[in-house]
Design a protein around this ligand. Structure first.
Ligand code: COA
Length: 260
């Protein structure tokens, strides 16, 4: 598919989606959000794609936020609609994909940019990365899930401080908070994410999808995550991947998962 604001490439079983508006520090306008939805959907639907990496073009920014110029004149209804539509189309959408999504944070991840990274299944940052939710400095609050996912990832007190002060943290601090899992030199960021992808690729795709569902259930209101885990665990026993994985172990050989 032809996109205006993103690049989408495939390297083996890994799709790399790059937000490509470097002159605007990859800020998320409506069109980019729509294109990202389509690219993520396409990669998730493609049986040959087992991991998705999302990053920003250039060496300065992952994403410097939602495009402020687009919503500066919005009224209450339009503001509410912006958040609701964005969450459904991109942020909740990514979180619930069965294909693992890694955010490769290659610079500024601010506002909607950090919210995008937080919607991914986990994050790796380059050592120049800076992260923050500066919305209150604009007279608004995070609207793409930031008030929910930041406390989930780093705890309520730290999230309160980051959101109230609107200040940025560096990659090492983000790592010590658990917001990102690893910090790498910028030039090694993507290859490091590919190395993690290679480890993921050895495992059962079907089981990974089930694990994502069970883990996400812990963060959903009114849903008992333990019940979801029991259901997903049970379902695995009916899969060819389970038969192959356990047989391969007992036969002391490497599993060749039929679902992969
Ligand atoms: N929305 C729209 N445009 C943005 C943007 C955003 N969130 N972030 C950056 N840009 C644009 C700038 O307007 C500028 O465009 P211009 O060259 O046409 O004037 C361009 O990207 C480069 O940004 P600039 O501010 O000149 O770079 P900088 O290195 O001086 O500062 C930042 C970098 C990230 C500190 C600064 O761009 C910034 O604070 N951005 C907004 C962050 C934010 O509040 N995000 C939350 C939005 S809800």
């Amino acid at each position: 598919m032809n996109y205006q604001n993103i690049l989408s490439e495939t390297q083996g079983a890994v799709a790399i989606i790059t937000i490509n508006r470097p002159k605007k520090l990859n800020a998320l306008n409506r069109e980019t959000i729509q294109e990202l939805h389509e690219a993520f959907n396409e990669a998730n639907e493609d049986d040959a794609i087992k991991v998705i990496i999302v990053t920003g073009s250039g060496d300065k920014a992952f994403v410097a936020g939602a495009d402020i110029s687009e919503f500066a004149n919005y009224n209450v209804k339009e503001g509410k609609n912006l958040a609701a539509k964005g969450q459904a189309l991109l942020f909740d959408f990514i979180e619930n994909l069965s294909t693992p999504v890694i955010a490769a944070i290659n610079g500024f991840a601010l506002g909607g940019g950090l919210e995008l990274a937080m919607a991914c299944h986990f994050r790796v940052a380059s050592d120049n990365a800076k992260m923050g939710l500066p919305e209150v400095s604009l007279g608004v609050i995070p609207g793409y899930g930031g008030t929910q996912r930041l406390p989930q990832l780093i705890g309520k007190g730290r999230a309160m401080e980051m959101i109230m002060t609107a200040s940025m943290i560096d990659a090492e601090t983000a790592c010590s908070y658990g917001l990102v899992n690893h910090v790498k030199k910028q030039e090694e960021l993507i290859s490091f994410c590919q190395n993690i992808s290679a480890k993921i690729l050895r495992n059962s795709t079907v089981a990974i999808g089930a694990a994502i569902k069970a883990i996400n259930a812990n963060f959903k209101d009114g849903i008992n995550g333990f019940d979801v885990e029991i259901k997903q665990f049970g379902k695995c026993f009916g899969t060819e991947d389970f038969a192959e994985g356990t047989t391969a172990f007992l036969q002391k050989r490497k599993a060749d998962f039929p679902g992969n």
